[in-house]
Design a binder for this molecule. Structure first.
Ligand code: TIU
Length: 230
């Protein structure tokens, strides 16, 4: 049995299931000035700190030919998939659908809605558009995971206590073994990130595990060599 050194205890890698990297919403809308995060009054520069770490994980999954799913939070240009409550919320200078410096805020296909260039998917990699905070709500993620036999999710992205935590809770209830990578997720609020990490792994891992990217990478390379030996 190969495991990743994690909290609250080691995370066992599957012997008969698949593992996937889930990268949540690493979009210009959240990481760059002029997007949705900025419109909500946040200091978006805080989120830049994880880009290289997410890239390291992405490269490792690409090299080992493991499944990768990225999500983007977005709405259709006619806003038909945006509940009025979400549209009204925030009371910032710009709201969803308004024209900002990177195009319309949080709208599919606009420049600001794209994944940041450092993490741009390569042909064949799956990007899941999602209208909500959780990646399972009104998306085909569950069926894609089932098709690929995925049982274990390594979760990264932004923001820790909003889309990342909502997705992890949705995944946990659906039976996935979820590990949140501590230095590959970030929040506009450092105290919310810290609390989220703690609440996920509390009570014996009530929602899942947390571990550093280094520990994940070490576990994965051991796992690969153990699989190759069989
Ligand atoms: N505002 C905030 O912290 N997050 C979001 O609205 N979406 C995601 O977390 N992706």
């Amino acid at each position: 049995m190969v495991s990743i050194s994690a909290q609250p205890y080691d995370y066992e890698l599957p012997t008969d299931g698949g593992i996937a990297l889930l990268i949540i919403d690493m979009q210009r809308d959240f990481l760059e000035p002029g997007g949705f995060g900025d419109a909500l009054g946040n200091d978006v520069a805080r989120l830049q700190s994880i880009v290289l770490t997410v890239k390291r994980l992405l490269d490792a999954f690409r090299t080992q030919k493991l499944s990768i799913f990225q999500t983007i939070e977005c709405h259709k240009p006619d806003l038909s998939d945006c509940p009025p409550s979400k549209l009204k919320r925030g009371r910032g200078a710009l709201k969803i659908g308004d024209v900002g410096p990177m195009g319309r805020i949080l709208i599919e296909g606009e420049a600001g809605n794209a994944i940041i260039p450092e993490l741009e998917p390569i042909p064949g990699e799956i990007v899941i558009p999602k209208p909500g905070k959780g990646a399972f709500y009104r998306t085909n993620l569950a069926s894609l995971l089932q098709e690929q036999g995925i049982t274990h999710l390594i979760v990264t992205g932004v923001t820790t206590e909003v889309c990342v935590q909502t997705t992890m809770r949705e995944a946990n209830d659906r039976g996935y073994e979820c590990l949140l990578v501590e230095d590959a997720t970030e929040s506009y609020f450092p105290e919310f990130k810290q609390s989220t990490l703690e609440m996920i792994r509390a009570q014996g891992g009530i929602v899942g595990w947390t571990a550093t990217a280094e520990a994940v990478l070490q576990g994965l390379s051991q796992w690969e060599s153990s699989v190759l030996k069989i």
